[in-house]
Design a protein around this ligand. Sequence first.
Ligand SMILES: [Zn+2]
Length: 125
Amino acid sequence: MLCRKADAPDIAAIDSDIQRADFIIVTHTHYDNVPDVPHIAHKTGAAVIGTESTENVTGAYGVPEEQLLTVRGGEDYEFSSFSLKVIPSIHSPLDHKHYFSSNTAPAGMKAPLILELIHPEGKNL
Ligand SMILES: [Zn+2]
């Protein structure tokens, strides 16, 4: 069982490297993909596009619901500067075509999160 605290974002690196973001697209919520997202969302006001797991993880860090666009796959969006077609996928399509854990990170979590809570990949896009 993993009970370590999830990887903390490198706030100094984020603040140095990211000045503006309009959208953050999260393909899945493994602990190595999502920890920076809440800080970037808070800092920039960017819309976060991801699965229900993404919503639950970012919600644990207080990202407002109005910044979240929860998708399941199959959506087709036209934004002012790009279009986005959301395609369901598996985690490693080129590496033995497998899932790790397609469970959804639970709703109602509160930060700081521990690894076991953001180990489910929460479906892949
Ligand atoms: Zn992953």
